[in-house]
Design a binder for this molecule. Sequence first.
Ligand SMILES: NC(=O)c1ccc[n+]([C@@H]2O[C@H](COP(=O)([O-])OP(=O)(O)OC[C@H]3O[C@@H](n4cnc5c(N)ncnc54)[C@H](O)[C@@H]3O)[C@@H](O)[C@H]2O)c1
Length: 324
Amino acid sequence: MTADCSVGIIGAGGVAARHAEVLSGFGDVRIAGVADTDVDRAGALARRCGATPYPHHEELLAREELDAVYICVPPFAHGPAELAAVDAALPFFVEKPLGVDTSAAEDIAARVRERGLLTAVGHQWRYLEAVERARELLAGREVRMVLGHWLDKVPPVGWWARADRSGGQVVEQAAHVVDLARLLAGEVESVHALESETRAAGIPDADVAAATVATLRFRGGAVGTLAATCLLAWKHRAGVEVYAEGLALEVSEAGLRVHTAAEPELFEDDGTAKERVDRAFVDAVLGRGGDVRTDYAEALRTHRVTCAIAESALTGAAVRPHAG
Ligand SMILES: NC(=O)c1ccc[n+]([C@@H]2O[C@H](COP(=O)([O-])OP(=O)(O)OC[C@H]3O[C@@H](n4cnc5c(N)ncnc54)[C@H](O)[C@@H]3O)[C@@H](O)[C@H]2O)c1
């Protein structure tokens, strides 16, 4: 029996392995091929999911009859795979961030729009129960302040500590937090950022700042801050606090803490967001549902904000996230 949805994977690293594991658990999905410029990695992941390895995405797309493709390459490698998927009218799921800056992403977004192509982006925090509950609690209230933070270690991938490879910590990691801030408080009008002179510790040639702080002004009138550091040896905290009149919410992957004048309430997350993001995409590919919560155009709006913060940190000037 053939599966309903034949999927290809481009980039066979850590996050691709996670998607492959989730997809392998879906009875209606078959992973047909895996492409990676590192053929050993393509081979290893392909073996684990019974797929064919390819050294390049073009061969994968030419040889396999795919219904969708997952693009899991590092930030600096975005562009060619997405454009090939657009040319082949192939729905794609792409990992965040969309690139190290906005140039290729703006072009891809325009082509996706022209084609009316189905896309999804790996902002799986939008599938956290904590986020769903926070949105319910905030309905009808005005968010006045947002405090975002990503306080962590340098991830164990060789490209991360170079800004021209990763885009820097805000673009690469804090994107999840900025995406939530937009979801809960609306669009960001302007940002102003500073970064430490110290660079990511212990990594030769590192030029990613060890710490970045930013202030944000939202169009709806809220103000906010973002703090990011990679100085630690552990993941300390990542999340968003949102403040409205008489209500303070703390949202993270672990759950939601609700503060009012009464006792705080804690709602622990059930840990299924990473499955739900893949299920929603596959269902959309199969025409069975419309629960993709971050498509390419929506992720680009988040990416413009994180890139504006990176630009402001370099220039010292306030920046308005902009198209083009
Ligand atoms: N949504 C999430 O929670 C989440 C979690 C982890 C990583 N990510 C994102 O996923 C992306 C990849 O991260 P990772 O940890 O898997 O990195 P990784 O370095 O482990 O894997 C990337 C793989 O892509 C391959 N590659 C590079 N250029 C390629 C190209 N042109 N064509 C095909 N393959 C190519 C590399 O050889 C490598 O095997 C990053 O942008 C990261 O931010 C997202």
